[in-house]
Design a protein around this ligand. Structure first.
Ligand code: ZN
Length: 257
């Protein structure tokens, strides 16, 4: 009950703040059309499109089995605004009117729904990298691996697509700045990491890329768990040299493509 009252208070706070900034911020619902067009109209359309993309990606994490219920979250950056999935709203119920956005300091500038409690992790990524999209899940195989090792063993060369061997960020309470800090450290030189006893986080230059990295990471974790599950047998692993060769090849492929 106390939690619910807390939520309501936060929502009221957010509504007040949103009312304060209305007019100066981009209104994705187009209710403030007028002066400043067409630049603001273009920005509104960009936000609406990004929100549509975000909702599609969030729903995909559920339909692909990477997320159960609302236990993950997705964000995308449009200029200095970060659109995020709101806290506790099933993704199939999100509509174009539910656009939820914050600035890089976490101040709500769009919408009235409460942003995801994992906001500190998302913002930490945008403040320190050039990423434009972040996907966070509690995918089962990846989360299982996060409880067993401090780095995902090099079971497959697709680790190169994430920038190298995937590290596990030490556990800290969800939504905390400490978790965001541990995550940033684990992400150094990588586009994805595991969060100990918690889940995954990947970023990319598009939602599709961030999503694909999550799917690849979950798949690699499942692969390692599967290969490790036969008593008396240990899977062979790749060397760093073998992975470096793949990284070089992937870079070359990118240039030709
Ligand atoms: Zn989480």
């Amino acid at each position: 009950m106390a939690e619910q009252r807390d939520d309501e208070r936060r929502t009221a706070d957010v509504q007040r703040r949103t009312a304060d900034v209305r007019g100066s911020a981009v209104d994705a619902r187009g209710s403030a059309a007028g002066a400043g067009e067409p630049r603001r109209g273009t920005a509104r359309r960009e936000v609406a499109r990004a929100w549509d993309d975000l909702v599609t990606t969030a729903r995909r994490t559920v339909s692909d089995g990477l997320v159960v219920g609302t236990s993950g979250n997705v964000s995308v950056r449009v200029g200095d605004t970060v659109l995020v999935t709101p806290s506790g709203v099933p993704y199939d119920r999100l509509t174009p009117d539910d656009v939820t956005g914050v600035d890089l300091d976490g101040r709500q500038v769009l919408g009235t729904l409460v942003p995801t409690s994992e906001l500190p992790m998302h913002l930490a990524v945008y403040r320190t990298t050039g990423a434009l999209a972040v996907v966070h899940t509690h995918a089962v195989h990846a989360t299982a691996v996060s409880t067993l090792v401090t780095e995902l063993p090099l079971i497959h060369y697709m680790a190169a697509a994430l920038g190298g061997p995937v590290r596990v960020a030490p556990y800290a309470t969800y939504g905390s700045d400490e978790l965001a800090e541990n995550m940033l450290h684990a992400l150094t030189g990588r586009s994805g990491c595991l969060l100990q006893n918690h889940g995954t986080l990947t970023h990319g230059s598009t939602l599709a890329q961030a999503y694909d990295r999550t799917a690849q990471l979950e798949w690699m974790c499942r692969l390692w768990l599967t290969a490790s599950s036969l008593p008396g047998l240990t899977p062979s692993l790749l060397s760093r040299e073998q992975l470096t060769e793949v990284e070089e090849r992937l870079r070359g492929y990118g240039q030709r493509g």
